[in-house]
Design a protein around this ligand. Structure first.
Ligand code: PEP
Ligand code: MN
Length: 346
């Protein structure tokens, strides 16, 4: 829908917009109002270039799109009934709890094995553990291929499916070859379209689930959903969206907590939403409240960093990992909130 700056466009401008949309296979239908005439674009209006050309005209105020830019992840798409199941939980039917260490310490694997067992007992359905880490500081520990064996061993011992972040094609291949069922795309790579395409192509035809974090730079709703569309359009729509706080931070928090984005995303996409409160607030003391807020906003689950002895952890764990006791209590309260929101489901 084209909204002009003036009450009505003169014939030469109508001619100009008509030529633009016709070159993209659409036509113009003027809708004459008492105050203003607007111009409907009839046809497939999703082509970015057509919209850009129209928006570039000095006499156009704005273009309102009727059609969604997403073919697969849109709430009205044929995939809207698609169900994603992992760790015995079908997203949307019960809250999904992902928990574990930010970073696996290959020098102290014992901590990870203990954490794995402890998060299982606390009620986690999926075990997270960072094998390769995106670190702001190039001198900080970057992860280690050896940690992949530790992750898979912990999965075998506990029976929990695992989630780990991959940042490039080599890591993607190693993780898939090892049988990692959930791959994480981190906030720094949330808009790395080459990586999203590589992941989409690699998981096509598999049951693998992708946990796609929200870009930390205040990624818009459509930008976030479009990133999921990049993965899904290769054929595997098992994509879960994960808000994790945005920059700039709220003074005192690591990021700006963004769990309030959940109901807005749910109006546009059927994709399940699992909120990561750990990277959002960035301090263990604030994580439980942020977790409960996320579930109150309608999140389908949580991804929380936890460690048996946070102070002995590496990566983010000393600052933001919950102890197993606090994790268990957070899950317990989270289930109560879930029940209030879904009275018939539990
Ligand atoms: C993480 O999960 O440890 C992580 C680095 O997350 P993010 O990409 O959200 O910063
Ligand atoms: Mn972390």
């Amino acid at each position: 829908m084209i909204l002009p700056k003036v009450h009505r466009l003169p014939p030469e401008q109508v001619q100009e917009i008509t030529e633009i949309v016709e070159s993209f296979g659409c036509r113009i239908q003027p809708i004459v109002g008492a105050v203003r005439t607007i111009y409907a674009i009839v046809g497939d209006e999703r082509d970015e270039l057509m919209i850009n050309r129209l928006e570039g005209l000095s006499y156009i105020e704005r273009i309102d799109r009727i059609q969604s830019p997403f073919k697969l992840m849109d709430i009205r798409s044929d995939l809207s009934t698609h169900q994603i199941t992992i760790g015995g939980v079908t997203l949307g039917k019960a809250p999904l709890f992902i928990a574990g260490q930010c970073t696996i310490d290959p020098k102290n694997p014992g901590f990870f094995y203990e954490t794995a067992q402890a998060v299982k007992e606390a009620g986690a359905h999926v075990l997270r553990g960072g094998v390769w880490k995106p670190r702001t500081n190039p001198y900080a520990f970057q992860g280690d291929d050896k940690s992949l064996d530790i992750l898979m061993e912990a999965s075998r011992c506990t029976g929990l499916p695992v989630d780990t972040e991959v940042m490039d094609e080599d890591q993607l291949k190693l993780a898939l070859d090892a049988g990692v069922p959930m791959l994480q795309v981190g906030a720094r790579n949330a808009l790395n379209y080459s990586l999203l395409r590589q992941i989409g192509a690699a998981v096509a035809g598999r049951k693998t689930i992708v946990l796609l974090k929200r870009s930390m730079h205040m990624g818009t709703l459509n930008e976030f959903i479009s990133a999921a569309e990049y993965i899904a359009n290769f054929g595997n729509p098992n994509v879960i969206l994960c808000p994790r706080g945005t920059a700039p931070a709220l003074d005192g928090y690591r990021n700006f907590p963004d769990e309030s984005i959940v109901p807005l995303l749910k109006e546009r996409t059927w994709a399940p939403l699992v909120v990561d409160p750990s990277h959002s607030v960035g301090k263990a003391a604030y994580v439980p409240a942020c977790s409960l807020a996320a579930l109150a906003y309608g999140a389908d689950g949580l991804c929380i960093e936890a460690h048996v002895q946070p102070s002995k952890g590496i990566g983010d764990d000393p600052k933001q990992a919950l102890t197993p006791e606090v994790l268990a209590e957070t899950f317990r309260l989270g289930r109560e909130i879930w029940k209030l929101r879904h009275p018939s489901s539990l």
